[in-house]
Write a protein that binds this ligand. Structure first.
Ligand SMILES: Cc1cc2nc3c(=O)[nH]c(=O)nc-3n(C[C@H](O)[C@H](O)[C@H](O)COP(=O)(O)OP(=O)(O)OC[C@H]3O[C@@H](n4cnc5c(N)ncnc54)[C@H](O)[C@@H]3O)c2cc1C
Length: 386
């Protein structure tokens, strides 16, 4: 089973229950005499989720974020058209009840409009210079309508924890040799009982955070072995729509990555026609090496070939988000074809003091999505509480 098929099945059957298990002993925990505090490194989906649960548990924590805002790879652009553009996470690859579970409140999912695909939505595969058209069959992903993953966290999660997030705190070292953990940033240091590391794996691969003592051999091997895909998205506004809901390119070998063009205005309450480009892995490099204007010309030439010269005359504006060049992120996510044992080793905690959460530090069942980042945060907190 491929990861995509796995995701479709997850979407179809709903989602697992780790969160409910975690909160089953919440009241016991509250009555305990636990003291101490947790430092969370990174304010993406995993870091925010971890902070939100700790807040609900009454446990002291701080989130240290290198950037000037929270969200990480959920970044959005609000002023391109009349709805928010998800520059990273855009689709909901889990059931929407996940919103209730993240916020730990019922009824949130009903407040968030989403749009799903139907079997009648047009689909195409670009192969050998030909567009083979058909219909979308079983794609269970949903899209936010006039909102985003970022918008969900902004509205329902961040208000509870905003004062516990410190920005422009680039963590440089984690010293867990003693009883406490010492976390040093470029300008200050923090002492904690436990630390949860949620930075993208590329940051660890490049040794940008120094650990003392060094991380265990198995963990270091997994960090070295994990292949981080390059990632780029572009959005092109056209005068009118001339493309189907999705066009996938056939990539050979498939392990190299993915390229898709898709209707980014799908389901939106908008008259604007925006086509998205999603490219990860090796194919992302051919777009990522070009400057803003050259990438436009490259994309328009590609689309003119696919859609009989309808792209260039309809072009209005475009934007590009190159995740491989994004500070503190430096890539898209780990390859869809990563060995599950590597992913599990990435997640493993160290000496009951250093925990890992984020889209690649998972149980190995799945990775690379917001819901995986959320689930791994739940697992880390459960481990800390246990
Ligand atoms: C192109 C693209 C498309 C995607 N599409 C989807 C999609 O449609 N649906 C979906 O569910 N998911 C999608 N994803 C994946 C999704 O965005 C991620 O899985 C999720 O946002 C990861 O959250 P995280 O908390 O693990 O990591 P991040 O969001 O990367 O957060 C980590 C945080 O750590 C911070 N940081 C880094 N270094 C330091 C340091 N030294 N000190 C302090 N802070 C630091 C970073 O600034 C960042 O804020 C996509 C990703 C990409 C790149």
């Amino acid at each position: 089973m491929t990861r995509t098929e796995f995701l479709q099945i997850c979407g179809a059957v709903g989602w697992g229950l780790p969160f409910q298990n975690l909160f089953a002993h919440r009241s016991n925990y509250r009555s305990s005499t636990r003291r101490g505090n947790v430092v969370i490194i990174g304010a993406g989906a995993a870091g925010l989720t971890a902070g939100y649960i700790l807040k609900q548990q009454g446990i002291s924590f701080k989130i240290l974020e290198a950037n000037t805002n929270y969200g990480g790879r959920m970044k959005v652009l609000d002023n391109f058209v009349d709805y928010p553009i998800g520059l990273g996470a855009e689709w909901i690859a889990s059931g929407t009840l996940l919103f209730d579970r993240i916020a730990n409140r019922q009824g949130i999912s009903e407040q968030i409009a989403t749009a799903g695909y139907t079997q009648d939505d047009e689909y195409g595969v670009w192969y050998n210079g030909k567009l083979v058209r058909g219909n979308l069959s079983t794609l269970t992903y949903r899209r936010f309508v006039n909102s985003s993953w970022f918008g969900f966290f902004e509205k329902f999660i961040v208000p509870e924890i905003a004062k516990d997030i410190q920005y422009q705190q680039v963590v440089q070292s984690v010293d867990y040799a003693g009883n406490k953990v010492l976390v040093k940033t470029s300008n200050t240091e923090f002492v904690a009982d436990q630390v949860i590391v949620t930075v993208p794996i590329k940051i660890l691969k490049e040794g940008k955070i120094h650990f003392n003592p060094a991380l265990p051999k198995k963990k270091l091997e997994a960090i070295n072995e994990a292949v981080v895909w390059d990632g780029l998205k572009a959005f092109i506004e056209f005068k009118e729509k001339f493309y189907p809901a999705f066009v996938d390119f056939v990539i050979t070998p498939a392990t190299d990555g993915q390229v898709s063009y898709y209707d980014a205005s799908f389901g939106q309450d908008s008259e604007r026609s925006v086509l998205g480009l999603f490219a990860v892995g090796e194919p992302a490099k051919r777009y990522g090496m070009l400057n803003h204007n050259d990438v436009k010309n490259y994309i328009l030439a590609e689309l003119d070939e696919i859609f009989s010269n309808q792209a260039t005359p309809n072009y209005l504006q475009h934007i590009v988000q190159n995740w491989s060049k994004e500070p503190y992120i430096e890539g898209a996510y780990i390859s869809d074809y990563t060995d599950v044992r590597v992913v599990r080793a990435l997640q493993a905690s160290v000496q009951d003091k250093v925990y890992f959460a984020g889209d690649c530090y998972t149980s190995g069942k799945d990775w690379g999505n917001v819901h995986n980042a959320v689930e791994s945060a739940w697992s880390s907190i459960k481990e800390i509480l246990d």
